[in-house]
Design a protein around this ligand. Structure first.
Ligand SMILES: Cc1cc2nc3c(=O)[nH]c(=O)nc-3n(C[C@H](O)[C@H](O)[C@H](O)COP(=O)(O)OP(=O)(O)OC[C@H]3O[C@@H](n4cnc5c(N)ncnc54)[C@H](O)[C@@H]3O)c2cc1C
Length: 809
């Protein structure tokens, strides 16, 4: 029987729904109802291979995966059957770059308590006698990786939730989610209506369609997913799981048999509609031709398989997302609609941790830790289109086992958002990367060379090209296309009061002033890193990162009620050209009559000016600001005029520079990157951004009480910048930071600094007790790169031009 009313409705009784229910009851929320249209586990969960690895691509996701294993293990040990066993796993490296990748991951994993060690090929065959090792270069052994029984684990979680008071109802189909005034009001099922203010969408691959009913964007798409199970094989009882990612396969000992699964480079997307409104325990026709190369790879690796028959050929549907990461959190479109879906074939290993963070998120309304990489707000409407999803899903499935190259770009579903300069920059040799659907010039190939990435864990083929662009900015002038900036306009009689309420800095500033500041949550964590320009008394422009556009707009909408303001998204209305370098003033002054001197146009101000002398020129907004630590102006040009302005600017040739150069330039100036160096779990005090905080402005701002308290109490982590003593190693992200031989954090973002001649990286230095600046500075540091600790120097100020002489030229 379904209730008339409940606090939370969970749609879907797979492992994720059951885990969300279990964890809600664990924190005392028992007025909940999980509805499953067929039987528990009948969606995707029943046929999963059950691998539970501890290692994920980032520290926080690794924590969640580790917790899953611990939960399933603890339940099993206490008599609540899950079938969990720690069998260990071996990830083989067949190519040198895979060794580098695995060693980098191992370093991050150890930092997060994951046990792992590197094995030479002989040690691999000791653990797995049948395995062919003649092409194996080594392997990462993770003894605590495990496997669980997905059905038993789900049923146990659901039973425990039920015992704690949760309603778990099978055979009830949700027909429609209801909302009133942008807020969840209930669900209509085939057995009546349940009133509720919170719905958690754990409906697996059917989640997108359910969300579409209330215009919420949940971009996931089904794909066929294959494995084969052999007849009995003579295997050691303790044989670990084996991953041969370079051949796209995994091998799982399975009750005396061997399960061979694959993550193929070109997957087979499947229209979820074709699953006839959710067949229970669905099985798809097996495509032997598609699977054959992977089966062959399995036989080549374990030659005894040649003579062993196949008991089961299995093909089941699973959901995949455009970036291969799952989808959690409250949708910006509908308050009270939470998502926990899109598991990209790691739903079993993720469910425990996901259930735990979702329970906290549902109760508190905010994620309990930085989960931006899996947050539903990262997606855009275009990613929810079926055509886009079909194209991208064919690529994204294979990415789980593909090389996780630094700077890797998607090959499918590209050219969704382009700057008006796209073609002209392409003709200049731009090599494009993608962010938030935008095509962005990442680097420019010199004449005669190919604007194509050749990926590597070492210096990539664009390294020298980007170095030239970097030098052009430092020594002369270069032009960036920064059109992808997210841009919002806040107008109305209470525009200032509203922005003062959101921003750490005061917006009671003269017209034309540009203010750099953050938006904080109630805990003082950084929700956005923005510049705000006052362009009229009650008219402000907010400029933010491209990736956080939907999140920022949701934040603005959420807080605007009660203020007489209007928020509009002007992102697509303007192109942005960044003219940066010591010669920026002389370049620009040849084209305008405006006074560009420091008195006529001071740093952090913005003015309208006319650029070009022919046909009256073009009126645009010029803002003297920089993200690269140079004298420069960002020119905000109406989209239709962008090409004219570009042609005017480049009538006398100017170097072009891309986003890789920008990254190198910004990190030398210690400019933080939101989403990496500063997130919603870091405060401005911890991030070294307290200079943006106006402690005395009337009315304060969101998060101020938490900051005041933290300031008095002290804090246990501080963001620092590290420069490596050696010029060779590269930093990307997640490399461990060692302080006086103790691991204290990891790199949040890294790049090579061409002016300094070494790699740099940001990272939080954590401590058991509150630390002072001197505590951070007076220590010996090393950064671990591919298993080797490299001496590093710590900085709390920019190592390049700390006095801002370049900017204030
Ligand atoms: C071949 C294969 C092998 C895999 N191997 C692994 C592995 O080794 N390790 C791992 O971690 N993951 C693995 N996975 C992935 C894993 O199975 C999934 O990620 C996981 O099961 C997803 O769980 P879920 O609860 O999100 O979805 P599901 O199990 O699909 O549950 C969703 C539920 O929602 C119900 N539902 C949908 N619509 C409605 C509605 N309108 N009303 C009520 N109920 C509704 C469905 O009936 C379904 O039971 C594998 C997947 C496949 C296909």
């Amino acid at each position: 029987m379904i209730p008339d009313k409940t606090q939370v409705v969970i749609i879907g009784g797979g492992i994720v729904g059951a885990s969300v229910a279990y964890h809600l009851t664990e924190i005392g929320v028992t007025d909940i109802c999980l509805v499953e249209r067929h039987q528990l586990t009948s969606g995707t969960t029943w046929h999963a291979a059950g691998l539970v690895a501890e290692l994920r691509a980032s520290a926080n996701l690794t924590r969640l995966a580790r917790y899953s294993g611990e939960l399933y293990e603890t339940l099993e040990a206490s008599g609540d059957h899950t079938g969990y066993r720690r069998v260990g796993s071996l990830s083989l490296a067949l190519v040198p770059d895979r060794i580098r990748e695995l060693k980098r991951q191992a370093a991050m994993a150890r930092q997060n308590g994951v046990l792992c060690n590197w094995l030479e090929p002989d040690a691999v065959s000791e653990r797995w006698p049948h395995i062919r090792i003649n092409d194996v270069l080594g392997a990462l052994y993770m003894p605590r990786d495990g496997q669980t029984n997905p059905v038993d684990t789900t049923l146990t979680l659901a039973r425990l939730a039920k015992q704690a008071g949760a309603g778990i109802v099978e055979g009830v189909r949700v027909l429609e989610i209801r909302r009133e005034s942008g807020q969840i009001s209930g669900v209509i099922t085939d057995q009546g209506t349940i009133k509720t203010s919170k719905v958690v969408l754990c409906a697996g691959l059917w989640s997108r369609a359910l969300a579409a009913g209330v215009d919420a964007i949940v971009p996931l798409y089904a794909a066929e997913h294959f494995y084969a199970v052999t007849e009995p094989v003579d295997l050691p009882a303790d044989a670990p799981i084996v991953r041969v990612m370079d051949h796209g396969i995994y091998l799982k000992p399975d009750a005396g048999r061997l399960l061979i699964g694959c993550f193929e480079a070109h997957a087979k997307p499947l229209d979820p509609e074709s699953l006839a409104d959710g067949l229970a325990f669905a099985e798809l026709p097996f495509d032997l031709d598609h699977f054959a190369p992977y089966m062959q790879a399995g036989i080549n690796r374990i030659p005894v398989l040649e003579n062993i028959g196949i008991r089961t050929w299995f093909n089941g549907p699973e959901s995949f997302t455009p970036d291969g990461r799952y989808i959690l959190g409250e949708t910006p479109e509908v308050k009270g609609l939470f998502t926990a879906c899109g598991f990209n074939s790691i739903g079993i290993q993720s469910a425990g941790g996901v259930g735990r963070v979702m329970a906290d998120w549902i109760v508190a309304g905010r994620p309990p830790m930085d989960l931006w990489e899996v947050d539903v707000r990262r997606f855009f409407a275009f990613q929810n289109e079926a055509n886009y999803l079909v194209e991208r899903t064919a690529e994204s499935l294979g990415l789980l086992y593909d090389m996780h190259w630094p700077y890797r770009q998607y090959e499918s579903a590209r050219r969704v958002r382009t700057s008006p300069l796209y073609e002209v920059l392409k003709n200049k040799g731009a090599c494009y990367g993608e962010l938030a659907g935008w095509e962005r010039a990442n680097w420019y190939a010199a004449p005669g060379s190919d604007p194509q990435y050749a990926y590597s864990y070492g210096r990539q083929n664009w390294f020298e090209h980007s170095a030239c662009e970097h030098r052009a900015v430092r020594e002369a002038v270069a032009l960036f296309d920064q059109t992808s900036f997210a841009k919002y306009r806040v107008t109305g009689p209470q525009a200032r009061t509203f922005l003062d309420y959101l921003c750490t800095a005061s917006l009671d500033v003269p017209l034309g002033k540009v203010v750099y500041c953050q938006w904080l949550n109630e805990r003082g964590g950084i929700e956005a890193d923005v510049t705000v320009t006052r362009i009229a008394d009650d008219d402000y422009w907010v400029i933010s990162a491209p990736a956080s556009q939907r999140r920022d707009l949701a934040w603005l909408a959420e807080h605007a009620s009660g203020f007489d303001v209007n928020v509009s998204d002007i992102t697509e209305d303007y192109a942005v050209l960044g003219l940066m370098g010591p010669e920026a003033r002389s370049t620009l002054s040849r084209l305008t009559d405006a006074d560009l001197s420091t008195t006529g146009f001071p740093f952090a101000t913005s003015q309208m000016l006319v650029l070009g002398r022919s046909q009256g020129g073009c009126e645009l907004r010029a803002t003297r600001i920089t993200y690269v630590g140079a004298l420069g102006w960002e020119l905000y040009v109406p989209r239709d005029d962008a090409l004219d302005v570009y042609n005017t600017l480049t009538a006398t040739p100017i170097a072009s520079a891309g986003y890789h150069a920008m990254d190198s330039l910004r990190i030398e100036k210690a400019y933080r990157h939101w989403g990496h160096d500063i997130t919603d779990e870091d405060t401005p005090l911890e991030a070294g951004l307290s200079f943006t905080v106006d402690w005395n402005k009337p009315g304060g701002f969101i998060g101020k009480p938490a900051l005041v308290e933290q300031k008095a109490r002290g804090f246990n982590k501080r963001l620092a910048l590290f420069t490596l003593a050696s010029s060779e190693p590269l930093l990307f992200h997640d490399e461990p930071i060692w302080r006086n031989d103790e691991p204290v954090g990891y790199i949040t973002s890294g790049a090579f600094g061409h002016s300094l001649g070494c790699a740099l990286g940001f990272g939080y230095v954590t401590s058991k007790v509150p630390s002072r600046r001197e505590d951070v500075l007076n220590a010996r540091y090393e950064i671990e790169v591919e298993g080797e600790r490299i001496a590093a120097q710590v900085h709390l100020k920019a190592p390049f031009d700390p006095k801002n002489l370049e900017i204030n030229r």
